[in-house]
Design a protein around this ligand. Structure first.
Ligand SMILES: Cc1cc2nc3c(=O)[nH]c(=O)nc-3n(C[C@H](O)[C@H](O)[C@H](O)COP(=O)(O)OP(=O)(O)OC[C@H]3O[C@@H](n4cnc5c(N)ncnc54)[C@H](O)[C@@H]3O)c2cc1C
Ligand code: FES
Length: 283
């Protein structure tokens, strides 16, 4: 029986409505691994509000005043300190590389609707590419169950945080396109191998963050097994709080039509059945 035909997927958890604007103080800023840097910020007002899958919208100092805020998934949040792992890819992230301990930068957060944490008696399967490995860490820590995590990247330098996830009790399987670490190929190769290993009694529930093509593939795997898949969508953002409509994504409605949703507010995490992918025809 196909769940999509019989019942609506569960809604994402209610939005944590409290959003704080706070000057975060840099407590640590260092090379993490490969092209990624770890930025730890003292932010005592934001930290206790953070839910897995939420993000910070930060105003990069050392950049032109006109530069919009930039969104970053919250990697860790504890003891009044929030952390992000980021890659220098453009103007904003380049400006961030100059931050030194003791400097401040303005933060807005925690933003968005993250991953659900309900225990549905399913087996959690995390799937990450790129910064998704950071975005899923808090979920791995706070999820009531332990399961398996699939990390994919182009080269070994793209694979982050494996020891951290293993220390939390998750099995981690790695794929790289160049075959330098783990199985060679895309992350779905390892997922397919695992799905062939498990028996019918294992009911996977997927949680993913990474490039859109990866998210779509994870969603398709979930649909094929009548499983749920919670996908964190990446969109360029403006305001980050639902006002400017820069980040919109088409979603299916229960009535069979479609509607726009704001990735910064109703998302970034959506259950795969709700997402109307660009290649699908909107009716
Ligand atoms: C919810 C969310 C969470 C994110 N979490 C992280 C994270 O934890 N770590 C991390 O390194 N990055 C993360 N990102 C991506 C990050 O926001 C962008 O890398 C950053 O905004 C780039 O800013 P920039 O000024 O350096 O680049 P720009 O100068 O603005 O852009 C440089 C190039 O990158 C492209 N680009 C810019 N933003 C994005 C984006 N969001 N997705 C794809 N391409 C983009 C541009 O089109 C351009 O080609 C996240 C994005 C979202 C939406
Ligand atoms: S970024 Fe402005 S509405 Fe989402």
């Amino acid at each position: 029986m196909n769940r999509a035909e019989t019942e609506a997927p569960p809604e994402s958890p209610p939005l944590a409505r409290r959003i704080v604007q706070e000057d975060g103080v840099v407590v640590e800023h260092e090379n993490f691994q490969g092209d990624y840097r770890l930025l730890r910020l003292q932010a005592p007002a934001i930290t206790p509000l953070v839910q897995p899958g939420q993000f910070l919208h930060l105003k990069a100092p050392h950049a032109a005043e006109s530069l919009l805020r930039r969104p970053f998934s919250i990697y860790q949040a504890a003891d009044g300190v929030v952390s992000i792992l980021y890659k220098d890819i453009g103007r904003g992230t380049r400006a961030m590389t100059f931050l030194r301990p003791g400097e401040t930068l303005n933060l807005l957060g925690p933003l968005g609707t993250g991953y659900p944490l309900e225990d549905r008696g399913t087996f959690p399967v995390l799937v990450a590419g790129g910064y998704g490995m950071a975005a899923l860490y808090l979920l791995a820590k706070r999820h009531p169950n332990r399961g398996i995590a699939f990390f994919g990247g182009a080269t070994p330098g793209d694979i982050l945080c494996v020891p951290e996830f293993e220390a939390l009790g998750w099995e981690v399987r790695v794929t790289t396109i160049d075959g330098g670490l783990g199985m060679q190929g895309k992350v779905t190769v390892a997922i397919d191998a695992w799905l062939a290993e498990i028996d019918e009694t294992v009911r996977p529930e997927f949680y993913a963050c990474g490039p859109n093509a990866m998210l779509k593939a994870v969603g398709d795997h979930a649909l094929a097994r009548d499983a749920l898949a919670w996908l964190s969508m990446d969109r360029n953002m403006g305001c980050g709080v639902g006002a400017c409509l820069t980040c919109v994504q088409k979603l299916h409605t229960e009535e069979g039509g479609w509607t726009w949703a704001r990735v910064c507010r109703e998302g970034p995490v959506f259950e795969t059945r709700r997402i109307l992918w660009d290649e699908e025809k909107a009716t």
